[in-house]
Write a protein of this length. Structure first.
Length: 451
C-alpha cells in the first residue's frame, strides 16, 4: 500500500510539474484523458444548462401519455465524433431540429467554463453539423509552431491561432493586407516572420522602410529592391506601376482567345501563364506607412500625392499582375490625408496588434468586424506578438507570432539569398552589399551629443 501511495503521489507531482512548466506535454500525457472523460460525463447536463437542447417531439409526448410513461427529457445534440489533437479536442455534433449554429457560437464561453477548457470556438461544417474546437491549454502563452506546418504557392505559416491551428498568410486568397500596432506590440516581429517564411519561396521581396532601413536592411540579401526614404520610395513605386503595366501587356499577348480554345486555358492573371513565361510574383512590404503620407512643404505634398496614387493603383490592379501589398503602420486613418481611406478599402486582410486607443482599432476593423475592435483593445501589454487577424468577410481570430530574433531572421534570409530574383526594372533599387563572408570594418561614427 505504501508503494502504491508513493507511486500515485509521484505521478501527481509529475503531472502538476508538467502542467506548470510544460502545458503541451501535460496535455498529451494526462490532459487528453481527463478532458475526454469530463466531456462525456458532463455532456448532457452541460447542453441542457447552456440551452442547447430541444424539447421532446409531439409524437414522443403522445406516446408517453398513451403508455403511461414519464415525460421524455429534452434531447441534446448527438455526438458524431470526438477527436484529440496536439492542443485540444475537436467535438463534432449533429444538430437537432430547430437548432442553429449561432446558438453554439453564442454559448462558446459557457461551454468553455462548463467543460473546463481554455478556449472553445464553434463553426458550421455543413448543414446540420457543428464542430467545436476546444484547446486544453493557453496555446498563445508560449508559441510553438508545429514542424508539420507547410505552406504552398504564396501561402506561408506565420502564427498560431487561439484554437491551436496554424495561421497562414495566403496571398492568392487575400492579396493585400494591413498590419497595425503600437510600439513594442510585435508588429515588426510579425513582419520579420513573414519575410523569413517568404524567403524560401520563389518570390521577389520589395521593401520600403523609411526608418532609414533599420527594420528591413538587415534582411536585404533576400530583397530585390529596397527604399529607405520617401524620395526613393516614390521612385520605386513608380517603377512598380510601370512593371505592372508590362505584365498586363504580357498577359494580353498570351490570352490566346480563339473559338476552339477551352475556357480553362484562357488566362487573366499570371498564374494561368505557362511556367516559362510567368513573371516572378512580387511582395511589397511597407514599414511605417505614415512616413510616406506626411509632408511639410509643397514639394513633399506633391511627392506624397504621387506615392498614395501609386499605392492605390497597385492595390486595385496589382493582384492579377502578381504584385501583393503588406502595409504596416502604427495608425492608418483619414488624418493621413486624401486617398488613404481609398487605399485601406483595397486591403482585404487586416491584422491589429495591441493599440493605444480604440480609434486605431476601428481603423482596422470598425468597417468590417465591430466585435474584433473590442478584442483588439483587450490585448495585454505583457504579450507582444498577440494580434487579431481578420478579413473583409467579417471573420476574425486571435493569433500570436513566435518570437524570431533578428539574428535568426538574418541567417534565414542569407541562407536563401540565392533565391533572390533579378528583375531588370528594379535593378536601380537593388541593395548593394558586401560579399557574404566579408566582415566590414567597425564604425568610427559616435553618437550625437545630447545637450
Amino acid at each position: 500500500m505504501t508503494a502504491l501511495s508513493v507511486t500515485v503521489a509521484l505521478v501527481a507531482a509529475v503531472a502538476l510539474l508538467l502542467r506548470w512548466q510544460r502545458p503541451a506535454w501535460y496535455w498529451m500525457s494526462f490532459g487528453i484523458a481527463f478532458a475526454v472523460v469530463r466531456i462525456l460525463a458532463r455532456y448532457a447536463s452541460v447542453m441542457d444548462a447552456c440551452g442547447l437542447t430541444v424539447p421532446p417531439s409531439r409524437w414522443r409526448l403522445a406516446l408517453a401519455r398513451m403508455t403511461g410513461r414519464p415525460i421524455p427529457e429534452s434531447r441534446a445534440p448527438r455526438i458524431l465524433r470526438l477527436r484529440p489533437t496536439r492542443t485540444g479536442l475537436v467535438l463534432r455534433v449533429k444538430l437537432r431540429p430547430g437548432q442553429d449554429a449561432f446558438d453554439f457560437s453564442a454559448a462558446s464561453d459557457r461551454l468553455r467554463h462548463s467543460f473546463v477548457m481554455q478556449n472553445v470556438t464553434a463553426r458550421e461544417i455543413r448543414s446540420g453539423v457543428v464542430e467545436l474546437r476546444m484547446t486544453g491549454y493557453d496555446v498563445l502563452k508560449r508559441v510553438q509552431m508545429p514542424a508539420a506546418a507547410r505552406g504552398g504557392v504564396m501561402r506561408v505559416p506565420v502564427a498560431i491561432r487561439e484554437d491551436g491551428e496554424v495561421y497562414y498568410r495566403d496571398y492568392r486568397q487575400t492579396p493585400h493586407a494591413l498590419n497595425i500596432g503600437a510600439t513594442q506590440s510585435g508588429k515588426s516581429v510579425y513582419q520579420r516572420n513573414l519575410v523569413a517564411a517568404l524567403a524560401a519561396l520563389d518570390v521577389a521581396l520589395v521593401g520600403i522602410d523609411c526608418k532609414q532601413g533599420v527594420e528591413l536592411a538587415p534582411l536585404a540579401r533576400r530583397f530585390s529592391a529596397l527604399a529607405d526614404n520617401p524620395d526613393a520610395a516614390a521612385d520605386l513605386l513608380g517603377v512598380l506601376v510601370e512593371h505592372m503595366g508590362d505584365v498586363y501587356q504580357l498577359i494580353r499577348r498570351e490570352q490566346r482567345l480563339s473559338a476552339d480554345l477551352p475556357d480553362a486555358e484562357i488566362t487573366s492573371d499570371i498564374w494561368d501563364l505557362p511556367d516559362h513565361l510567368r513573371p516572378t510574383p512580387i511582395v511589397l512590404l511597407i514599414d511605417e506607412v505614415a512616413e510616406l503620407a506626411l509632408y511639410a512643404t509643397k514639394e513633399e505634398e506633391r511627392r506624397r500625392d504621387r506615392i498614395v496614387t501609386d499605392l492605390v493603383r497597385l492595390a486595385q490592379l496589382g493582384r492579377a499582375a502578381g504584385i501583393y501589398l503588406e502595409v504596416c503602420g502604427q495608425r492608418f486613418g483619414s488624418e493621413l490625408g486624401k486617398g488613404i481611406t481609398m487605399l485601406r478599402a483595397q486591403l482585404t486582410g487586416r491584422t491589429a496588434h495591441r493599440v493605444n486607443d480604440e480609434t486605431s482599432a476601428n481603423m482596422a476593423f470598425g468597417d468590417i468586424a465591430p466585435d474584433a475592435v473590442l478584442a483588439t483593445i483587450q490585448i495585454r501589454t505583457d504579450r507582444p506578438g498577440t494580434a487579431v487577424a481578420g478579413d473583409s468577410s467579417g471573420g476574425w481570430v486571435r493569433i500570436r507570432t513566435p518570437h524570431l530574433t533578428l539574428r535568426r531572421a538574418v541567417n534565414i534570409a542569407n541562407s536563401h539569398a540565392h533565391r533572390t530574383p533579378e528583375i531588370p526594372a528594379l535593378d536601380a533599387f537593388r541593395p548593394v552589399l558586401p560579399p557574404l563572408g566579408k566582415v566590414g570594418e567597425p564604425s568610427t561614427v559616435t553618437a550625437p551629443a545630447i545637450a
